[in-house]
Design a protein around this ligand. Structure first.
Ligand code: SF4
Length: 203
């Protein structure tokens, strides 16, 4: 029997997405007792998809530009976003947990929409990030292997950064005066938006 669609009004004045519906609940093959949720936003995502995809570290995201399909490995599950506004969320406890998680992404999507409306959009950001390797990042780090970031070496930190398991602001020595040239070089490599994607918070 077809289930009745469950509609959740999340934002009254969201810039692009305001509500999400759960259209189907299926057993999840990934883990017993968990469900797979099919959901649908009230708006299409095609306009924001390139920018949305650039908000995640390369190790967490798979983006197919010509289809505008984004798959994220996040919150211990896989979530796929389609340009029509359809979403598939795996390995979920129940609909309430799914809605809580998707609300976070709705906020991000609405922010991307506002940024794209302001005209400040670089369509190639996610492609640019996918071409940046650990060595590119390493060359912009202090290279002292001081372990302040909780990682044994600067190269290991570069790899964790790209896989989404570390954030750039964990490298505190980057803020030291003697490393100003390193900070400037990583800003030049990434640009403002990708600095934020990799977890840099401007002090
Ligand atoms: S804190 Fe920075 S300089 Fe120190 S090991 Fe980590 S990445 Fe290298």
């Amino acid at each position: 029997m077809e289930m009745k669609e469950l509609k959740y009004e999340i934002f009254e004045d969201g810039a692009l997405v305001k509500s999400v519906s759960i259209t189907k609940i299926m057993p999840c093959m990934a883990e017993e007792g968990r469900v797979k949720l099919a959901m649908q936003f009230d708006s299409a995502l095609d306009q924001v998809m390139p920018m949305f995809s650039s908000k995640f570290p390369p190790g967490k995201v798979n983006y197919i530009p010509h289809k505008k399909i984004l798959t994220l490995n996040t919150h211990d599950r896989v979530i796929s976003f389609f340009p029509s506004g359809r979403i598939m969320m795996m390995n979920t406890r129940d609909p309430e947990e799914g809605i809580k998680i998707i609300t976070e992404f709705m906020e991000k999507i609405n922010q991307c929409y506002l940024e794209s409306e302001s005209g400040d959009v670089d369509e190639d950001l996610s492609e640019k990030l996918s071409k940046i390797g650990p060595l590119n990042i390493y060359n912009c780090l202090p290279q002292t292997n001081c372990e302040e970031c909780g990682t044994a070496t600067c190269m290991a930190f570069s790899m964790k950064l790209l896989s989404g398991d570390a954030t750039l602001d964990q490298c505190k020595p980057l803020l030291k005066t003697e490393n100003l040239d390193k900070l400037n070089s990583i800003k030049e490599l990434l640009g403002d938006q990708l600095m934020k994607t990799l977890g840099w918070v401007e002090k």
